[in-house]
Design a protein around this ligand. Structure first.
Ligand code: ADP
Ligand code: GLC
Length: 468
């Protein structure tokens, strides 16, 4: 697996959770899996083993010296170390902008991953994730097309988020040493006069999938296709949706060491302790314990529905409820959350930042989890919420639609503040019926979204690709 993130080594979102957990689930089914990620500045090499030194990645006239480390994990995790490219603060950029050499960073990364397959881990399937690994199929189809090392290898490209595409000027092709006549074509990498790494993956991988059945259909429409719906429709017969699983060793209120009290569907009382502590931690008044507490853990981007939340928040708060939110992301959306906190003091409390333990405490302490996403390829937090008895209110899109049903949560269809508010109001009314609410919590807590089923689906797909 070739990915720009894998928990616990490097995480900004759900991609890391998936690549951190799916390999172990595949191993349990008898597959052999290794993961390749960049060695960012934040990854400590103290416990890592150096497994290959002085590897030179040649891109045209340029050469990049690489060291490969192996990190301690349940499965081999190879770290591509190239300090001038990756030893920085941030994975893709700083708060102001993307790094200007991302085209080069993820070209060298793709080539290094291919070198890992040549030198360290015999590979039949290159399972690539998102645009950062989109060049792997491109190099395999061009530079290495007749290289015996990769003979018979197959590629799978998984789209976790079509909104991030890896777009660069055409001139970058020379630096990344891809032949323009082969790839700078509308049916391959060309995208409105630029080159697109995600489009390389879409056009050139042997098979494609995305992370829920509904998102697999949605991305083939202009509304959700980000300009790539045509490219995706052209590959419709090779495109499937495989719902993400979740790691219940990490996200489970019965054993979670990061929450103040452990609880289960049979013993819900301790969840009250989690709620009271969370209110204290966020400086909300003790009387809030009697009222519904809404929770949000999210990247603060347009994808996540911040604009309709802005429209609805005054009405929501007027229902006599409280909101805690944790997130980080675009400056304008961070500012929006800060403003909500100022506008509704004692009602809305916000933490800007990335804090895994706090994410767990919110899952455990809130009553209702909000995900009003504009689009959502899968979404993991709503699935964690089910397990924590924190009833999700979600927009019926992508994986949110596939995982939440009547009886475990509340869904709304229209992308509007009004529709969001109506769904929240329905949830708040339901909260008043304590027995009914507890039943709803329990139904969610008993749902099983563990990796087993999804890992089998990936395993079958690998086998089909290899013609077995
Ligand atoms: P996405 O990948 O689009 O961000 P997901 O719901 O699939 O959405 O996954 C988000 C993951 O990132 C979850 O594990 C969530 O807990 C975590 N996460 C998001 N923002 C934060 C944050 N500010 N602090 C801690 N964890 C976060
Ligand atoms: C992306 C999507 C999210 C999905 C995650 C893992 O970041 O936004 O919906 O759950 O990838 O596949």
């Amino acid at each position: 697996m070739i990915s720009s993130e894998a928990a616990p080594f490097a995480k900004t979102g759900g991609l890391a959770d998936v690549v951190g957990a799916l390999p172990a689930a595949l191993q349990a089914l008898g597959e052999e899996v290794a993961v390749v990620i960049p060695r960012y500045g934040s990854i400590d090499l103290k416990n890592a083993r150096r497994v290959w030194e002085n590897l030179a990645i040649h891109l045209g006239p340029a050469s990049f010296p690489i060291t490969i480390y192996q990190a301690p994990a349940e499965f081999p995790v190879y770290l591509v170390d190239c300090p001038p490219l990756f030893d920085r603060k941030g994975f893709y950029g700083d708060s102001a902008m993307d790094f200007p050499d991302n085209h080069l960073r993820f070209a060298v990364f793709a080539r290094a991953a291919l070198a890992v397959a040549r030198l360290l881990f015999r590979t039949e399937i290159f399972h690539c994730h998102d645009w950062q690994s989109g060049l792997v199929p491109a190099y395999l189809r061009t530079t290495f097309a007749s290289d015996p090392t990769y003979l018979g290898c197959r590629t799978l490209f998984t789209i976790h988020n079509l909104g991030y595409q890896g777009l660069f000027p055409k001139a970058a092709l020379e630096e990344i040493a891809l032949p323009p006549e082969a790839v700078y074509r509308p049916e391959i990498m060309e995208f409105f006069g630029r080159i697109s790494y995600i489009k390389a993956g879409i056009a050139l991988a042997d098979a494609l999938n995305t992370v829920s059945p509904t998102y697999a259909r949605e991305i083939q429409t202009p509304e959700y296709g980000f300009g790539l719906d045509g490219a995706l429709r052209a590959r419709a017969k090779d495109l499937t949706g495989i719902l993400n699983g979740v790691d219940y060793l990490e996200w489970n209120p019965e054993i979670d060491p990061l929450i103040p009290a452990r609880y289960s569907a049979e013993n819900l009382e301790p969840k009250e302790i989690c709620k009271r502590r969370l209110l204290e931690e966020f400086g909300l008044p003790p009387e809030a314990a009697e009222r519904p507490l809404l929770g949000i853990v999210s990247r603060f981007t347009r994808q996540k529905g911040t604009d309709i939340l802005a429209e609805a928040i005054a009405d929501i708060i007027a229902e006599d409820c409280y909101l805690v939110a944790l997130g980080t992301g675009d400056a304008e959306y961070e500012e929006f959350f800060r403003r909500m906190q100022r506008d509704f003091p004692g009602r809305v409390a916000v933490r800007i930042g990335f804090d895994n333990a706090l994410a767990h405490r919110i899952e455990a302490g809130a009553d209702i989890f909000l995900m009003p996403s504009h689009y959502e390829p899968c979404g993991l937090n709503q699935i964690y919420s089910l397990k924590y008895g924190t009833v999700p209110v979600v927009r019926a899109t992508g994986g949110l639609d596939d995982t939440i049903e009547e009886g475990t949560g509340f869904k709304f269809a229209d992308y509007s503040g009004r529709a969001l508010f109506e769904a929240v109001r329905t949830a708040i009314n339901a909260f008043a019926d304590r027995d009914g609410w507890r039943q709803m919590m329990r139904r969610g807590m008993r749902k099983d979204f563990s990796w087993k089923t999804s890992a089998s689906a990936y395993s079958e797909l690998y086998r089909r690709l290899l013609g077995r």
